[in-house]
Design a protein around this ligand. Sequence first.
Ligand code: IPD
Ligand code: CA
Ligand code: CA
Ligand code: CA
Length: 254
Amino acid sequence: MEKEIIGWIYEAAEKVKSGLGDALKVDQKNGRTDLVTNVDKEVQDFIVKKIHDYDPKALILGEENGQDDTPIDKGRVFVIDPIDGTLNFVMQQENFCIMIAVYEEGVGQLGFIYDVMRDELLWGGPKVGKVYNNKEELSAPENKSLSEGLIGMNAALYRKDLFHAQEIGQTSMGIRVLGCAGLDFVAILKGTQIGYVSMLSPWDYAAGTIMMEQLGMTVIGENQQPLSFKGREFFIGATQAAMAEIQAISKANH
Ligand code: IPD
Ligand code: CA
Ligand code: CA
Ligand code: CA
């Protein structure tokens, strides 16, 4: 299965790159900074067609095209974010990803995050027992504490100081705001960030979560509960050591 998925991702990436060359059709979803383009929708349709040619029974949970409320606990579910970082895609033409995750009976089996313009594919999970960066196997990052590393954050969370985001940031070595959840996961998996604190939907966190857990790191959702896979929620993903500190700070103020 992983070979097929990697093939679809590379094909989808070609569509994304050629879409950048054409006139993009950009629409607003919930306000002027929440954008969707024709490429987001076309890439999701393209991946869904590939999935259904491969496995007609598979279910889809995807950000676009009205496929955003499928439960993940039964059967084989493909979770798709056709372009993660749409605002970067439109404004920067880089720093965006294609993300796919596979769940079977509610268990995450494979995650894929492809940084299209850097040609960097992080993929893996329980189904293959490893995580790769292109062809190279990744080892588990060092279990650094919050004060020893950089932390990724959602800008609004930091600005509004929700869940004591500012204290979390000040305890760390510094915050990073990348505008693309997938790239925060890539940084954590490579060990260049110790965590990520954000407000995310299932397609934002599915692939990254599967790979983080494979490498011994932890994730948690709203109210210190497991991720719900329903709607947008508070998200923490971090090394084990940093997770304990971040939870203590966010809990203390809640
Ligand atoms: C968004 C990006 C952004 C994160 C948002 C996501 P989208 O995804 O990952 O960095 O802060 O929470 O919704 O909408 O560009 O796929
Ligand atoms: Ca979006
Ligand atoms: Ca996203
Ligand atoms: Ca998206």
